[in-house]
Write a protein that binds this ligand. Structure first.
Ligand SMILES: Nc1ncnc2c1ncn2[C@@H]1O[C@H](COP(=O)(O)OP(=O)(O)OP(=O)(O)O)[C@@H](O)[C@H]1O
Length: 254
């Protein structure tokens, strides 16, 4: 089943006095099936953050449409967008974005608190998730008392606690050392294996090589995509590296 449809999405930024116009997205089209794990790559300035902001309903496209489970984001009134995001999307950021004055547990539960869920339901949802992400022992600690890798695990738990249709990740390994990155990527594979649909923007070839499909954005359009097919992570890594070389130099890798 198609969970996300992005149809000819364009975004033009116009400076306050209308003088400077930047066409960040020039007609992006792709779709994501339920249960897929998709990575989006592209050079700096290619439009990845712009696209992610539009998919997250944080920004509106200049033209084109985005449908999440068949619902056109454009039809959602401004005042309902926060609740729509909370009910349908999970977010994982490079810098974790945990609240320092909240315990790990309270950070994870925040989306459910905001959705007005009862304490019993929250605890029933929290414990199995915390166990499956290996963070049940740090639930009562505060973000400044745990490692970056543990913070990111907590951020993944927070992103997943409300059972989002789509998990959006923006450079999730960007602030992690290599062991914690590997750990996070294993966790993404695990939750994807359990059916969670993931869309991840990354500069890391290693991170992208764990996905099932890699989309390459160049100059505001989807320039190329690679399906994992029967490839191992190493084979996919090589294909991604070759594609990035081609994108940078305009030539096929030797
Ligand atoms: N708010 C804005 N106003 C004007 N131009 C913008 C704005 N945000 C982004 N741009 C421009 O749009 C283009 C795409 O930017 P975007 O941040 O989406 O790229 P990116 O691929 O995410 O880059 P990076 O990998 O460096 O984060 C760039 O030319 C950028 O300068």
């Amino acid at each position: 089943m198609e969970i996300l449809k992005v149809n000819e999405v364009k975004k033009t930024y116009t400076s306050r006095f209308g003088g400077n116009r930047v066409q960040a997205l020039k007609g992006v089209t792709f779709s994501v099936q339920e249960g897929e794990y998709v990575a989006i790559m592209g050079e700096s300035g290619s439009g990845k953050t712009t696209l992610l902001n539009i998919l997250a309903a944080l920004d509106r496209p200049t033209a084109g449409e985005v449908l999440l489970s068949g619902k056109n984001l454009e039809t959602i009134p401004e005042g309902d967008l926060a609740a729509f995001r909370r009910d349908n999307l999970g977010f994982v950021f490079q810098e974790f974005n945990l609240l320092d004055t909240f315990s790990i547990e309270d950070n994870i539960l925040l989306p459910l608190v905001l959705a007005g869920k009862g304490v019993q339901q929250m605890q029933q949802t929290l414990l199995p998730l915390a166990r499956s992400l290996g963070i049940e022992d740090i639930l009562h600690k505060f973000p400044y008392e745990v490692s970056g890798g543990q913070k990111q695990r907590a951020a993944v738990a927070r992103a997943m606690i409300a059972g989002p249709k789509l998990l959006l990740a923006d450079e999730p390994t960007g602030a992690l050392d290599s062991a914690s990155s590997a750990d996070l990527l294993r966790m993404f594979e695990k939750v994807n294996g359990q059916g969670q649909t993931i869309l991840m923007v990354t500069h890391s070839v290693d991170a992208a090589s764990h996905a099932g499909r890699v989309l390459f954005i160049r100059d505001g359009v989807v320039f190329h995509q690679i399906y994992r097919g029967e490839c191992s992570d190493q084979q996919l890594y090589k294909k991604i590296s070759d594609t990035l070389t081609m994108l940078r130099t305009g030539r096929d890798a030797e």
